[in-house]
Structure formats: C-alpha cells, structure tokens
Design a protein around this ligand. Structure first.
Ligand code: C2G
Length: 446
C-alpha cells in the first residue's frame, strides 16, 4: 500500500486545499493529513488563523479525502511521522518548492501546483472587521497600535484623550482616522473599546462603553473593588458583550502551557507559588501619586495574582500584606496567602527591586520561570534527579500584546464563545484582593 502524507493549517478550508488533497490522494492508496496545532502555527509566525484546531480538523474530515488525520505540533515532526507511518510520498503545494529537500532522505517529495486565485488570506480579508477605539494614549497604547497590526480582522478606528492635543499627536503618529472629542463620539466610530487610561478611570470608561453597546478590552487592573468588577461583568453578560482585562501574561503561549502542564500533575501536588514583579520607578512618576494611582499593589498585583489563582484557585483562607511605604504609597509589598493545602506569596515594588522570577513548588518537583516571568517564552520543570529536568520554549513575539488582541477579536467575532483565559471569578477575586489591601485588612507596615 502506497502511503501519502501532506500537511497544512487548512484555515477557512477552500477549493485550493480540496484540489491539493484530491491530487495528493490520487498519488497513492492511503492519505494522511497533518493539521497544524494553533501553537505550532503561532510558533511559525502564523497569528491570523480564524478557525481553531478542532474546527480545522473537522473541515478536513468533512472533505472525505483523508484516510487518517494527525496533528502537527513541532518542527521536525515530519521526519518522525514519515518513519512512524511508513510514508512513501510527502506532498505539499508549489508555494513550498525547494523547502522540503531534506525529506528526500526519507521518502519521495512531490510539489503539486497551487490553485491560483484563492487563499485563506483572501478569505480572511473578506471576513468582518472589528474596529477598535482607544481611550488614553500613554505608553501602553503606543505599544498596542503596532501590535494590533499583526492581528487579522481588526483596525484602530478612533482615539479619545481628554487632553486633545495628545490625542491629536497620537492619531497623526499612528495614522488613526478619527480623533474623538468625547467618549460618545468615540463610540460612534468603533465596535469595541480599548481602555488604556490610568486605572482610576477604568470603571467609568468601561461602564460607559458597555452601556453604549461596545465590547471592552480594559488595561490592568480592571478595577480595585470586587463589587465594581462584579457589576461590570454582569453588565457585559447582560448586554452579550465581551469584557476582557488586557493582562498580557494570561494570553501568552508559554504561560498558558505552563499552567496546563502543572495542572496535569508533573510536579505533584502544588504546595507553594511565589512570584515577583518589581519595576523601579522615577520618584516623580505619577504612579507614586497616592491620591490617584496608589503604589506597587495597585500597579502590579494583578500580575502575580494570575498564576496564584490559576494554580491554587480563589478560595484562600487569608492574606497578610507587609508594606514599605513612602509618602503614603507602598513602594514595596509582600503578600502571603494561606490556602487549606498550600501557601502563596508575591512581591510587588515600584521602589524596591527583587529578582522577577516565579517558582512553583510541588511534592515531586518544581517549575522555574526566569525573570521577567510575566512575559516569558521559556520555563523549566526541575526534579531531584536533574536528568529528568525539562526546558520548554515558546514564541513570544514583539511586545506580546498581539495574543490578547487576537483573543479579544476572535471572541467578538465568535460571539463570546472563545474560552476566557481569565474567568469572571478570577477577575472578581483580583479586584477583591486589591480592595482588601486598600482597606488596610491585614496590612502590616515595615
Ligand atoms: N494550497 C494550494 N492552493 C491554494 C492554497 C493552499 O494548493 N490556493 C496548499 C498549500 O500549498 C499547502 C496546503 O494547501 O500544501 C495547505 O495550505 P495552508 O493551509 O496554507 O498550510 P501551510 O502553511 O502551507 O502548511 O507544516 C505545515 C505545512 O508545512 C504547510
């Protein structure tokens, strides 16, 4: 029996794919089709797929042309597959001409003519586009606009900044078509809003945008009060709108895989999580203004709270906070959580520097994520027997905001059906912890 293998993403499966599969099948008796995983596509720079892995597998299955479907998840897998399945012919479209000579050592390599005039890219361009209006034009918004350029089906349509001259300069610099003079005007020019203003304005802007029927991606922290978080989430649910916090760590591939690997029990029962985020800040920075911004907790706590809640849940018994203050602002805070079967701690600082790594300790081993763990592309799982240690590498492109933007846009286009990387319970608990701190509950000054 002659076995043929071919690979592809098969996003928005079209006639070009079908022609290729038909021709590939005609070359032998058994056709194996490798469908790339979402993560493998991310790794090879394909950020823009519209269908997820299951949808793409289903589409290939529905053609009735594949005798066997496998998933392709890593570089070099083609050699392993060819040997494992005893493949005689590797087939790929002519756009890959010359790229797979290295497989000739293992089987025959055939490039088939690509079907002209149709491609997934063309089909993606025909799909609906989400327009985003940005509120606030500070440093994070400056990073957001170029990152949005890497995501399919999205464009930045308008900007609002109460300080009009800053909004105007931003529009000119990034070529954004509309400068709005008010929130209401901004809402008229977009489907969704990115709230990138100072955190003490998040609640008002997010609520206004939701009431105006706009999806919202709000910068961190969403709000600093549990009841406000709950209210906003309920409002979004009620209006069938997407509300997400722009917590870039939650959407980055390495972090997502770290959590799944640890949940599968590789380091045994998790007994402690420790994470630290410190950024030395200029003494005159407005982040140290105690009336509006607050300090380290307000600025950074949502980062370490994410792995703690993901791994240990939100049902902690209590938290003690230890803070070093200056002019009414916490320059450094260490928080210690007691859970029934575990403990967690984090350090956040604007005026004290620590090693910004994360360690997760378990009964069989531990995970080590080097600084800056909150935008990592790499981690290690370590054991008593060092021979068993494993290193994991993932893509983390550019500023890393493209992953959250992609999720936000897909969620809007798929009517909220994309799995939330931060669930409402976690968002509310994050706000509650910050509220607890602001109210001074178990806060000890050093
Ligand atoms: N194809 C085609 N005609 C088109 C579009 C695509 O013949 N108009 C072929 C491609 O050449 C490829 C297959 O359809 O052989 C799948 O294409 P994609 O989904 O774009 O996947 P691709 O990125 O080419 O995957 O390991 C992954 C593979 O190496 C390549």
């Amino acid at each position: 029996m002659k076995k043929v293998i071919t690979y592809g993403t098969f996003d928005l499966l079209h006639q070009g794919h079908i022609n290729l599969l038909k021709r590939a099948k005609a070359l032998g008796d058994w056709l194996i089709v490798g469908v790339t995983t979402d993560n493998f596509d991310l790794e090879r720079g394909k950020m823009n797929t519209c269908n997820n892995l299951m949808e793409r597998i289903d589409a290939v299955k529905a053609t009735g042309l594949a005798d066997q479907i496998i998933i392709e998840e890593y570089k070099g897998q083609k050699i392993d597959d060819i040997q494992r399945y005893g493949v005689d012919i590797f087939v790929i479209g002519s756009d890959w001409e010359g790229k797979f000579e290295y497989l000739e050592e293992y089987c025959q390599v055939v490039y088939l003519p690509r079907t002209e005039g149709i491609s997934s890219t063309m089909l993606r361009e025909e799909r609906p586009n989400v327009t985003i209006g940005i509120i606030g034009t500070g440093s994070i918004a400056r990073r957001f606009v170029p990152e949005a350029g890497f995501v399919e089906s999205v464009s930045i349509s308008a900007v609002y900044n109460p300080r009009e001259s800053q909004g105007k300069a931003f529009c000119e610099e990034f070529g954004i078509p509309h400068l709005a003079c008010s929130c209401e005007e901004l809402f008229e020019h977009c489907d969704a809003v990115y709230v990138a203003s100072p955190h003490y304005t998040h609640y008002d802007y997010t609520k206004k945008a939701l009431l105006a029927g706009k999806h919202v991606l709000c910068e961190t922290p969403l709000v600093l009060c549990g009841q406000q978080a709950e209210e906003l989430l309920l409002l979004a649910e009620d209006k069938k709108l997407v509300l997400m916090m722009a917590h870039k760590t939650a959407y980055c591939p390495a972090f997502i895989h770290l959590i799944s690997i640890l949940k599968s029990g590789v380091i045994g029962e998790i007994v402690e999580v420790n994470a630290s985020v410190t950024t030395l800040t200029d003494e005159h920075s407005e982040k140290l203004d105690n009336k509006r911004f607050g300090g380290s907790m307000n600025e950074n706590a949502v980062f370490p709270l994410l792995p703690i809640f993901k791994l240990l849940g939100t049902d902690f018994r209590n938290i003690n906070f230890y803070s070093k203050m200056k002019k009414g602002v916490d320059m450094y805070t260490k928080a210690v959580f007691r859970y029934d079967t575990a403990i967690a701690s984090f350090q956040v600082g604007l005026g004290v520097k620590t090693e910004g790594n994360m360690t997760i300790s378990g009964t069989k081993g531990y995970a080590y994520v080097p600084a800056p763990w909150w935008k990592t592309d790499y981690f290690e799982i370590r054991f008593e027997d060092q021979n068993q240690n494993k290193k994991f590498f993932y893509p983390f492109s550019g500023e890393g905001l493209r992953y959250e933007i992609k999720d936000f846009v897909s969620n809007i286009l798929h009517h909220g059906s994309v799995y939330s990387k931060i669930v409402p319970k976690e968002l509310i608990a994050m706000a509650e912890v910050q509220e607890m701190y602001l109210r001074g509950k178990n806060v000890f000054l050093i």
